[in-house]
Design a protein around this ligand. Structure first.
Ligand SMILES: *[C@@H]1O[C@H](CO)[C@@H](O)[C@H](O)[C@H]1NC(C)=O
Ligand SMILES: *[C@@H]1O[C@H](CO)[C@@H](O)[C@H](O)[C@H]1NC(C)=O
Length: 431
């Protein structure tokens, strides 16, 4: 009789039977296999052109609000097709497949978001160089690089559905906004909405130095608010944030750092933020910190200015700066930086700004979008910005597009901690 029971439920029985503990690794491998598959989905076109989501069985980390469906159809473009040179990544301006609408409009965003004209786009030979570099990273198996190449806007949309994704920070965040609204440019009407007109009736423009939104389907928005410094953020923006329409169910990607050139001043700004965050975190959007971005000026550590180092010098003819590669620092296939020069240790640690800020963010439990390591090799793309070369901002597509893939990874990794969207599904009887 014992044999019969064992025969009916061999796996369970084996687990219960102490003499069969050897089976546990088998079960473990099965469970791990399921877990590692979790969170993958694909958007496959049905006969009616609708997106059919092929999700793998519910994962443990999949929150109930997460809905992988997408209002548009974006066929995934696979690495092999790109490696054969037949397509580029959506992040690099490839047109929506199987069909697109905004891509054929003869206007600013349509041209810029395909990186053809109308803005700080990289020249074609640099776009080719970046594409080849990204393919090489995927070829050596660098973590996340194939995902970057194959990322579709429909991978990102589920995190934005029914809420506002706020991008708050300095001019680097402003360019990141442009990169993101470009990646999603088939989702909106190609008209940016200034934040101050959106909120004019709420009397909250005082103290606001600018920002805009793009409106996506299903009550979703992406908005940028300019805030260069931590103290301005804490004393001016965040106390008015609810009046701008920010909700605790929204997501905020935040950074300030590059405007500040002294470690002490940066530390003071970060402490102001940390105190504010600890007091008011429940009323703030779900906050994610983007690390400080790298500079490639012609100084020993690439900084424009820093405590005790030489300032970068502009070119004699006033056309900007010469940018330079991070000598002796290499990015290995595991996305780690390596050097043989002890003076470059600070670069391995994310530069002096991240040394100051990241430990505080980690202590506050704030998830981090890591962009530093992957940005170190991107020194050639710092040009054509506002008609003068600088070594902080980049042309598009380059660093900012790599950041989008990193942001997607961070959102995915932390999605079980992200609150459900406030505006979706629509409440019955709601406005
Ligand atoms: C996911 O969202 C789509 C579109 O809004 C909706 O039709 C579908 O019912 C949702 N699925 C779940 C499981 O909530
Ligand atoms: C960046 O490189 C450093 C130095 O090799 C490494 O310790 C760190 O883990 C890397 N960071 C990421 C996010 O990969």
């Amino acid at each position: 009789m014992a044999n019969k029971a064992t025969g009916r439920r061999p796996l369970v029985q084996a687990c219960l039977d102490r003499r069969n503990w050897l089976f546990l690794p088998v079960v473990g491998v099965l469970v791990l296999g399921l877990l590692s598959m979790s969170g993958f989905w694909d958007c496959v076109k049905s006969d009616e052109g609708k997106c059919e989501v092929h999700a793998v069985p519910a994962a443990i980390d999949l929150p109930r609000w997460f809905n992988a469906s997408c209002p548009l159809v974006y066929q995934r473009i696979h690495y092999d097709e790109m490696a054969r040179g037949e397509a580029r990544p959506y992040l690099m301006g490839e047109r929506q497949r199987p069909g697109c609408v905004n891509c054929d409009k003869d206007e600013l965003w349509s041209h810029f978001c395909q990186f053809r004209s109308h803005g700080p786009r990289c020249p074609p030979h640099d776009q080719q160089l970046l594409f080849d570099t990204l393919l090489d990273r995927a070829k050596v198996g660098a973590p996340g690089s194939r995902e970057l190449l194959e990322l579709t806007p429909c991978d990102l949309f589920p995190y934005i559905r029914g809420r506002t994704l706020w991008l708050v920070g300095d001019s680097m965040m402003q360019e990141f906004m442009r990169a993101l609204q470009c990646f999603m440019y088939e989702f909106w009407d190609l008209e940016t909405k200034p934040l101050d007109t959106l909120i004019a009736d709420k009397g909250a423009t005082e103290g606001l130095i600018g920002g805009w939104c793009v409106l996506l389907p299903e009550q979703s928005r992406i908005c940028h608010v300019r805030s260069n410094m931590g103290d301005w953020l804490v004393t001016n923006l965040l106390p008015r944030f609810a009046r701008l329409g920010a909700l605790p169910s929204d997501i905020m990607i935040l950074n300030f750092a590059v405007w500040i050139n002294k470690a002490e001043e940066l530390a003071a700004n970060v402490m102001m933020w940390a105190e504010y965050y600890q007091r008011f975190r429940d009323s703030l959007p779900f906050t994610i910190w983007r690390d400080a971005s790298i500079q490639h000026f012609d100084t020993p550590t690439g900084d424009y200015k820093c405590d005790g180092c030489v300032d970068a010098k502009p070119r004699a003819d006033d056309t900007g700066f010469n940018c330079k590669a991070m000598d002796l620092v290499t990015l290995n296939p595991a996305n780690e930086l390596e050097t043989t020069d002890p003076a470059m240790q600070v670069i391995l640690e994310g530069g002096w700004r991240n040394r100051v800020t990241l430990p505080v963010m980690e202590k506050l439990g704030i998830p981090i979008v890591h962009t530093w390591n992957l940005s170190v090799p991107l020194w050639q793309y710092h040009h054509s910005f506002q008609e003068k070369d600088d070594c902080t901002h980049w042309c598009h597509p380059s660093g900012y597009q790599v950041w989008i893939a990193q942001m997607h990874q961070t959102l995915r990794k932390h999605r079980s901690a992200i609150p459900p969207p406030g505006n979706w599904p629509p409440q019955p009887g709601g406005s």
